[in-house]
Design a protein around this ligand. Structure first.
Ligand code: ZN
Length: 347
């Protein structure tokens, strides 16, 4: 830490990070990340760690900004391995910096918050996202960034859209970035944008726990950790949206491609036979959701996220789903496999 003021801001950022991490409408599982620039050093959340643990654990990793930015500018593939730019002498936790480190380094502001805000994602999956957001964020300095794989491709997509003064980024099929010179400023901007993008969720009936329990049979499936997760299967519009494909990267990472929806009369065993493997989650239309017995906290958080996002999407909107190639590049990605490994270990 360069100065006392930097150390104070980092402490404030850790406190804000923990509070963001406890809000399922802002982050889920190991998603989302925060950073502070102190001179030429970027302090950023470590890959695979959860923001909610920001106070209890040492999850901020120091990264050298100038060489990382040079690598991004030169389109050097090394920029997609941010651990190569970690300042090991200061890196007491020995963790790897977030795979989204380049996104943070590119923003000129001192404090950057990247969240998988449910209100934002619900708009960011709509084909008319840019026009919808323009109406809501009128007067703010914001930019729309088309979908790219997190990491270097996303950083390059942002570099193409960044203009001086921009402090809000809407990442298509992904989430939100806000930036400011202070932690307090970034927090205020985050609350403001989240509020401006808010839409009420559609109301849904209660899950049919008795019927769901009867469908488990001998499979070891369980009810989801959060009762809110059921809405993705109970609401017919949400279920239709979920069945259409993958809407954002962390869904693919934690739950696999798209969603598996049971057909009429199928129980978990029949769904598994038809599908070929046991899905992490199965949606039973009108009834609710069942999770595979070994589904961890991350899978549960992302299953709830799907319900929270789809409940807010305009039922008349055309949706942009990730393509087959975009799904594949997420599943076969070294950095993600590392993040997944940490997650499995922690759950
Ligand atoms: Zn993200």
């Amino acid at each position: 830490m360069a100065t006392y003021a930097d150390a104070q801001e980092l402490a404030a950022l850790r406190s804000l990070s923990a509070s963001i991490g406890r809000d399922p409408h802002l982050t889920q599982a190991a998603g989302g990340n925060t950073s502070l620039k102190a001179g030429d050093t970027l302090w950023i959340k470590a890959s695979g760690t959860w923001l909610k643990d920001a106070l209890a654990q040492d999850i901020m990793v120091p990264v050298a900004i100038p060489p990382l930015l040079r690598a991004v500018e030169q389109r050097d593939p090394a920029a997609d391995q941010p651990q190569g730019f970690a300042i090991e002498a200061l890196n007491t936790s020995r963790l790897r910096p977030s795979i989204e480190t380049t996104v943070h380094a590119l923003m000129p502001q001192r404090v950057v918050l990247h969240v998988h805000c449910v209100n934002t994602i619900s708009l960011a999956v709509q084909a008319d996202c840019e026009a919808q957001v323009a109406k809501r964020l009128d007067g703010l300095e914001w930019a729309y960034v088309p979908y790219r794989r997190p990491g270097l491709p996303l950083a390059q997509g942002i570099a193409e859209r960044l203009r001086p003064g921009v402090d809000v980024l809407i990442l298509a099929n992904h989430g939100l970035v806000v930036a400011a010179e202070t932690v307090a400023g970034a927090e205020a901007l985050l609350r403001r944008v989240k509020g401006l993008l808010a839409r009420p969720p559609r109301k849904v009936a209660e899950p049919d726990i008795v019927a769901l329990t009867a469908l488990i049979g001998p499979t070891g499936y369980r009810l989801p950790a959060d009762v809110e997760a059921h809405a993705a299967a109970i609401d017919p519009e949400s279920c239709r949206m979920a069945s259409g494909g993958s809407l954002y990267p962390d869904h693919v990472i934690f739950l696999g491609q798209s969603s598996v929806v049971a057909r009429p009369g199928e129980d978990v065993k029949r769904v598994t036979e038809r599908h070929g493997t046991a899905p992490v989650a199965v949606l039973f239309p009108g009834l609710g959701v069942l999770m595979r017995g070994d589904a961890g906290a991350g899978a549960n958080a992302l299953q709830r996220c799907l319900a929270d996002v789809t409940a807010r999407v305009d039922v008349a909107a055309k949706l942009n789903y990730l393509t087959a190639a975009e799904n594949d590049e997420l599943i076969n990605w070294d950095a993600e496999q590392y993040r997944q490994k940490l997650n499995a270990a922690g759950s």
